[in-house]
Every structure is written in C-alpha cells, then in structure tokens.
Ligand binder design. Structure first.
Ligand SMILES: [Zn+2]
Length: 456
C-alpha cells in the first residue's frame, strides 16, 4: 500500500476482558499491520474497571463512554492541559468532549468522548477541519429510525455528520454493549461518500471489530442508499385518480367474533384492569408488549368502549367522556407512582373500524423529545414510499379544548396522538383521514415505539 494510505483497526471491547482485546490488537498489528491507529469504542474503561496490564505495540485511542470513566484516568486527565492523555505506553485517552487527531498520512480523525453537547458541536464547526473518520458513542437519529434502533440515536450527532460528512462514521449506539449495523454508503451533493458502521460488543454473536485501510483519495462505490440526511421535504401532491383502487369492502365483524367485545367468549378477561359503565381498561398483548423493569406489566394498555362501536366522534357523549376519565386517571396515577414515565395515548378513529379503542404506552421522560422526530419520519415514509396509503398531514395542538381540534374530531376520521407531559400540560398531534382511502393501521403504534427498555 502507498504512503498516502492508513490502516485503521476499530474494536468494541467488553470492559470485563479488556486485556484480551488489547492482546488481540497486538497480534493483529503483528500480522496485518502496522495499523496507524487502533480505536477502542464504547465504554472501554468505565468507572468500576481497573486499568489494563497489556503493553500495546501501536497507538491506541479510547474515549469516555456513557458509564463514567476509571478514576486513575480521570485524575490524569484533570491534570493534563491536552485533549489527549497518555494512560500507558501507546494507550491514549481522549478527554471529553472530543479530540481531532491527524495521522502521519494526513488522515484526520474526530473522536467524540462522552455524550456530544451542542456547545461542542459549535466548537467543532469553528475548527473547520476536514474530518475523514468520525467516532461517536451514539448514532444519528435518522439512521436509528431507519434501522429501528431509535434508542441509539442522538440529534446532535445528526448535525455533526451533516456538517463534517466523514468517510467513515463508527458508533456503538446502545448502553448495553452496542449493536452491529453496517448501512449502504450514501453520497452528499458535494460529492463526499459516508459509510456508517456500528459495532456490537466483543463476546456477542455480532461483528465487534473492523479493520480497513483508507486513503485521502476519493474511493469508488458500486451502490448507494439514498442519503437519509437529505430526505426531501414532502411535496404536496394533487391526488384524485389515486383513489380508485383504494376502496375495498371491509368484512363485517360481529360482537361475538370481536376481539374487543366483552360478549365474545374468547375475550381474555384476565387481562382486564378496570370496567366502567361505558368503557373498560385492559393490558395489551401483542407486538408492543415488552418487559419494562419499572412496571409490573408491559405498560401498553387499551381503553375500549363496551359497546361494539367503530368510532367515537361525539366529545360530549357518554363513551368519550368515560374514555377521557380513564385517561385522566392514568395520567394522575403515573404522575404519582412513576413520575419518570409519561403517557402517550394514540387512536385511529375511523367510521369503518371494527371496534374503537384508545391505546397508551408509557415512555421515559427523556425519550419524549424523540416523538416528534419519529412522527416526522413515519409521516414522510408513509407519504413518499407507500403510494397506496393516503397522505398524512398532522396539526399540532397544546390544548385539548381548542375549538379547532374539537371541530376536526367532530367531523372526521382521524389519527390522534396525545402526549401527557403533566396533568395540566399535553401535546396533541392529529391528522384528518379521507374516508374511503387506505390508511396504514399500524401507523399510530409504530410511531409510538420510541424508547429503550430501561432507564439510562
Ligand atoms: Zn366489538
């Protein structure tokens, strides 16, 4: 290989067996190297782990993860004025928030240490350095939504990637060791090509290390994915002719066959939590169900009218009144007992539903911010990729009593999300549906799946 090329080795070690990985780095260096740099990703030396004993043959870098940092490393770092702190021969710690490292070949690396803040992003902007290799803990959110690992995403990383358009972006994503993904390369209008690789942790069944060589020349790529950072803003399409194929006669489901009707002998009554005079509350079984370590159940629940009704549009009617009462009681109960969890209610209210229902899912408060991004992403995907579905346009309200919101609910089929921030404060997103046009009935539930399994 030529002088202008650098070999790079990237690992996501298990901090319990760090020495084993460093020995492996040494043997790789002896066999395939020398590597210009070895980068250790993730939580390499969290606060409860000792320094490694292995002597390294070549330059190796690591950063702070999301589970603290070894106290000896921290002490050395606090005495150092440099962003790079030598912990041992050839083992260098990147002090938070980041360091930009230029290799002999001219290749430049940006290693982010810890969680990237908006302030650090602004400082990186000012350096105007051309970055070839980017290393972060978290993923950009756009990729996290595409790959359905939304808990891995952090919005500041999106801005960073858009800004520096690196040739390679390495990440780990999840607190519990990392997740392996390699997406197809994508291209920027100015010609740069970015590859994104997230590594699982050593010891998992997935790929946990990556070795490659990089030059400062433009490389050739056979196939690209559409650049996810440049998704077009939705174009307003004039529909009309699209409607024809859409209308299919729905099969009629009678109460004795209806999954939500209490008169159906097959209804699983043991899941019911509370029965009122107009509606009942039940714990959901199904795809949204997941273990939640902070609750005795999955947390996914459904409020269902007792009557076999397709839709509930009358706000003043007894059914909606009782549904609302259930919602308020739930919000109160969570605020009191699990204040770190917030509820998202969602419903698809359609004249041709089988049996109306309002679902809810508790979400950890710090994850709530991701909801609007998730909604935007699902809406764009629905509107651009799935041409058969009707286009969705959401309107936002902050007050349930808004007369415009009331008017939409009264006259239309709709998809509605209500995010309860507190007992007094909520955010409402509603999209009118055109009767007779197909709609993705999974849209509300898939949009609401935004969180990780436990508190971080
Ligand atoms: Zn029913």
């Amino acid at each position: 290989m030529g002088d202008d090329e650098s070999k790079i080795l990237v690992f996501n070690p298990n901090p319990d067996y760090l020495d084993k990985v460093l020995a492996k780095a040494n043997s790789q260096n002896a066999k395939l190297g020398p590597f210009a740099a070895t980068i250790l990703m993730g939580d390499v030396l969290p606060s409860d782990k000792p320094l490694p004993q292995t002597e390294l043959l070549e330059s190796t870098y690591f950063a702070k993860g999301l589970n603290g940092i070894n106290s000896e490393v921290e002490a050395k770092a606090s005495e150092s004025s440099s962003t790079l702190v030598d912990v041992a021969e050839n083992l260098t710690y990147v002090k938070p928030p980041y360091s930009i490292i230029k290799l002999v070949s001219g290749i430049t690396m940006l290693i982010v240490s810890g969680e990237l803040s908006k302030d650090s992003l602004d400082k990186i902007v000012q350096t105007k350095a051309k970055i070839d290799l980017l290393f972060t803990f978290r993923w950009p959110t756009v990729l996290s939504f595409i790959e359905s690992v939304s808990e891995a995403g952090n919005e500041t990383i999106d801005s960073l990637v858009k800004l520096i358009k690196p040739k390679y972006h390495f990440a780990v994503g999840k607190n519990e060791g990392g997740v392996y993904r390699e997406v197809e390369p994508f291209k920027w209008p100015s010609g740069e090509i970015t590859r994104f690789i997230s590594l699982a942790q050593e010891g998992s069944a997935d790929k946990w290390f990556y070795a490659f060589s990089i030059s400062d020349k433009q490389d050739e790529v056979a196939s690209f994915m559409e650049n996810p950072f440049l998704r077009k803003k939705r174009s307003i399409e004039n529909k009309g002719s699209e409607n024809k194929a859409a209308t299919k006669k729905a099969k009629v489901v009678t109460p004795d066959q209806c999954f939500f009707c209490l008169s159906n002998p097959k209804t699983e009554t043991h899941m019911i939590v509370s029965i009122g005079s107009q509606a009942y509350l039940t714990v959901a079984k199904g795809p949204l169900t997941r273990s939640n370590k902070d609750l005795s159940f999955s947390g996914h629940g459904i409020i269902i009218p007792i009557q076999h009704v397709a839709n509930v549009n009358d706000r003043d009617g007894a059914i909606r009144q009782e549904i609302n009462k259930f919602q308020q009681t739930l919000v109160k109960a969570f605020a009191k007992q699990k204040p770190f969890l917030k509820l998202i209610f969602f419903e698809l209210n359609r004249h041709n539903n089988v049996h109306h229902n309002v679902q809810f899912l508790p979400v950890y408060e710090p994850e709530l911010d991701k909801f609007s991004q998730s909604l935007e992403y699902r809406r764009d995907t629905n509107n651009e990729k799935f041409k058969r579905n009707q286009k969705l346009e959401f309107v936002e309200f902050t007050n349930e009593d808004d007369s415009k919101l009331e008017a939409i609910e009264k006259e239309n089929d709709y998809i509605k999300f209500t995010i309860s921030i507190s007992e007094e404060e909520s955010k409402i997103y509603i999209a009118k549906l055109t009767k007779g046009e197909p709609v993705d009935i999974q849209f509300p539930s898939s949009t609401t799946k935004i969180q990780r399994n436990g508190r971080s």
